[in-house]
Design a protein around this ligand. Structure first.
Ligand code: BGC
Length: 783
């Protein structure tokens, strides 16, 4: 019957709300339908924090209820079904039979289907030919750029530049939304303390403080100020929770973390994303203490929803609902579906269980329809907040898509952030001056290493819509930067096997050069989902290649391309200059060349600890002191007999072509009450010959507390730029939540006692600590 209604004109809908009601399509003036929502972020999930957001958006709730009331059980479960698209020669499309499923109201969203024109076609089927006429959501993993690929998230975190990271997500959202998408499965906010885990590349590293800052920045960037803006996309904080704690660094493996570690390490970035208004959260594949996350009602409905007051939509990870069977807590698909939806997982990505098994389960009374209704409400709210009922075609404008994809200003942002993400690990003098930056008037330069010409690797993993041909390799970047220099190239040795047959030719090429740039590391597919390693060494014959080249005596600088910390003690001892460049995206080549030749002074810092050997893993800066802290002198202390206990490069570490000096930190008080804040100021000076960036880092330790505390914790940072000779005062405020921790009764408190503060250039910078005392009563702080 509804099929006979006149088609909904997209343009005429721009200022109106459309919904199905009682067999009619109602088109109401927006004001009448949802007073106040057009201009206010109250429609939620935008930049507003829960505190700012009205607890209840009456107009939205009425609208959502009115839609829900008209849906059949199958249509409701259709809203919770997410299907995966398929690649075709003309672009990603819905799966075979997908159009019929849309018409039948059996699909609420698609993963990996985009294209302005194509999504318009599919959306038209949904809003004109399905009975319920509810618009579809198109989602994709837009992780570090859509077509303009930015540095991988771990690299972006190495910039410590929250504003630049927010802008990168904004660019990604702009391009993705212009290509028909409404929703991204990013940011990945998992804390990772184990470099063996392949997905460490997708997050912000090992620390919850910078992790929270990056999570919030990315949510703001993707979602903009108002999700109804057609150039925004809904963000997803993933993977909830403790996915990075997989035992032995093996993806999808069991995790077993204490509630304290969960609350102090793994949950804070999710909390920050929630406070930034994230629209969705994805469940994690792992279990937490015996309960798989896709069935973990305590953490999803309990912590995320009830405790934090978040009302967004929870999406399963890929077949995460079905995986409750191999986890061994569901006997069959029906039980898996019931467990997941009851725990609060609203959307079933790919398993097909909700749509196939749950109708019968509801009818048989195994699960109440009210549980389904709640999940559907959350999906409808997300569509409402995105403005899809107002304009289902908001993201499907081919002209805009053509104009915005790979726009010049997007590429410029990508290059700027790529340069900021580079970390200078070593730069020793050789013959008087440091090796880097290289002179631009070298006669002959050898570039060695197969990764130098690998444009796909420049993009890094999860560059789903990125194209190799958009990327500039390191080799091409160097060639463009020094057009008058003869640039020779030899691949030398492959990354993935031990074939050493190309080494002799590489040595011959190196001998004819004034300097050698070695590009070494991992192929992009070695740091990614399900790409875990038991070794952190340079793979293949690359070390052998490097050793052969350094033996020539020609000056060598190493450019590392990798998505995880590598154990590179031989390089540290034997190579004068090392740059950590990760995977920097489409502008990798120019950015690396900018740094190699001194057009940009590197200022990135490591967001993860680099161990000396994989055997030290997990190794992270904010560890506990233990009762027997490591000591050279004392045998019976916490250390190894074969390697030092210290990292090769610590968290927060990174050099510059200039030098910086820090004054002693000045505190605004020496004694404060537990409810008070204290400010910390430090003067930082550029004492070297060039302008440069420094990431000023503030660390705190609660010296004696009722539970053990980490040796130090990051509680502030700022990336600043100083001209030679310039000084700047950097100020931080330590608030009670910076000093709080969970006591033995799991209350979040600030306890009286002494605190030590360090402000410096890395997590091991311990010059001039300052101390203050918290006096008076214990103060409880909101979790
Ligand atoms: C990953 C998710 C991703 C999903 C959809 C899964 O394998 O774990 O992070 O969003 O696939 O592509």
């Amino acid at each position: 019957m509804l099929g006979q209604l006149s088609p909904i004109g997209a343009l005429s809908l721009r200022r109106s709300v459309t919904f199905f009601a009682g067999g009619f399509v109602c088109i109401l003036a927006l004001q009448a339908c949802s007073s106040g929502t057009p201009s206010s972020p109250a429609a939620g999930g935008t930049g507003a924090t829960p505190a700012q957001r009205p607890a209840h958006d009456q107009a939205m709730e009425e609208f959502v209820d009115s839609v829900l009331a008209k849906l059949t059980l199958e249509e409701k479960l259709g809203q919770l079904a997410q299907y995966r698209g398929r690649g075709t020669p003309t672009g990603p499309q819905v799966p075979e039979g997908g159009e019929a499923e849309i018409r039948a109201g059996r699909v609420g969203s698609f993963l990996g289907v985009h294209g302005a024109a194509y999504t318009r076609e599919m959306q038209r089927i949904a809003v004109e030919q399905s009975r319920a006429r509810i618009p579809l959501l198109f989602a994709e993993d837009v992780i570090h750029g859509f077509r303009t690929i930015f540095p991988v998230p771990l690299a972006e975190a190495a910039s410590w530049d929250v504003g630049a990271v927010e802008r990168a997500a904004r660019v990604a959202a702009t391009e993705a939304a212009a290509a028909g998408l409404h929703w991204t499965f990013a940011p990945m906010v998992d804390i990772a303390r184990d470099a063996r885990w392949g997905r460490i590349v997708e997050g912000a590293g090992e620390d919850p403080y910078i992790g929270a800052a990056m999570a919030a920045a990315r949510v703001r960037g993707f979602q903009g100020k108002d999700l109804r803006d057609p150039l925004t996309i809904m963000a997803t904080a993933k993977h909830f929770v403790a996915y990075g704690a997989a035992e032995a660094g093996r993806d999808y493996n069991t995790t077993d973390v204490s509630e304290r570690t969960l609350r102090e390490i793994y949950l804070p970035p999710f909390k920050a994303a929630v406070e930034a208004g994230v629209g969705s959260v994805m469940g994690a594949f792992n279990e937490v203490s015996g309960v798989p996350m896709h069935a973990n009602g305590v953490l999803i409905n309990g912590v995320l929803r009830r405790e934090w007051g978040w009302d967004g939509v929870v999406v399963s990870d890929y077949t995460g609902v079905m995986e409750l069977m191999p986890h061994g807590i569901a006997a069959d698909r029906t039980q898996a579906g019931i467990l997941a939806i009851t725990a609060g997982v609203d959307i079933d990505m790919v398993s097909g269980i909700y749509i196939e098994q749950l109708p019968a389960a509801v009818r048989a009374g195994h699960i109440s329809e009210a549980v389904v209704d709640e999940a559907v409400r959350r999906v409808l709210r997300a569509k409402y907040r995105l403005g899809l009922f107002e304009d289902p075609f908001r993201s499907s404008d081919p002209d805009r898509e053509a104009r915005l994809t790979l726009a010049a200003e997007h590429i410029a942002e990508a290059r700027a952030l790529a340069r900021k993400s580079i970390v200078l690990l070593k730069n020793s003098p050789r013959g008087g001056a440091p090796v880097l930056p290289l002179r631009k008037d070298l006669r002959t330069l050898a570039v060695i290493g197969t990764l130098a010409q690998d444009r796909a690797s420049a993009l890094g993993s999860w560059a789903v819509s990125g194209r190799e041909e958009d990327a500039i390799s390191v080799l091409d970047g160097i060639r463009q930067a020094v057009p008058r220099t003869k640039v020779l190239f030899a691949a030398g040795a492959p990354v993935e096997d031990n074939d050493a047959s190309g080494i002799a030719e590489a040595v011959r090429v190196a001998r004819g050069a004034d300097a050698v740039i070695m590009v070494l590391g991992e192929h992009r597919d070695m740091s990614a989902e399900a790409r875990n390693r038991t070794s952190l060494d340079l793979p293949g014959a690359q070390l052998q290649l490097l050793q052969a080249i350094t033996a020539t005596g020609v000056p060598v600088a190493v450019v590392l391309m990798n998505g995880r910390p590598l154990s590179i003690p031989w390089l540290d001892e034997n190579v004068p200059a090392i740059l950590e460049t990760w995977y920097l995206g489409v502008q990798m080549g120019p950015a690396v060349a900018d740094v190699l030749f001194g057009d940009y002074n590197p200022g990135g810092k490591l967001p993860v600890t680099f161990p000396r050997t994989v055997g030290q893993t997990p190794l992270y800066y904010n560890h506990k002191n233990t009762g027997r802290p490591p000591s050279e002198e004392d045998r019976y202390t916490s250390k190894y007999i074969d390697v030092p206990w210290t990292p090769l490069y610590p968290f927060g570490y990174g050099l510059s072509y200039t030098t910086f000096a820090y004054s002693a930190p000045r505190l605004s008080a020496t004694r404060i009450a537990a409810a008070d804040s204290i400010s910390v100021q430090v003067e930082v000076s550029n004492t070297g010959p060039r302008a440069g960036d420094e990431v000023v880092q503030l660390y705190v330790r609660d010296d004696v507390a009722s539970v053990t505390r980490p040796v130090r914790e990051l509680r502030g940072f700022e990336r600043i730029t100083l001209e030679p000779g310039q000084s700047r005062t950097v100020s931080f405020t330590l608030r009670p939540d910076h000093l709080a921790f969970y006591n033995q009764r799991m209350q979040r408190v600030v306890e009286p006692g002494f605190f030590t503060v360090w402000v410096g250039a890395s997590s091991v910078d311990d010059a001039r600590p300052a101390r203050f005392e918290v006096v008076g009563d214990v103060q409880t702080v909101a979790p």
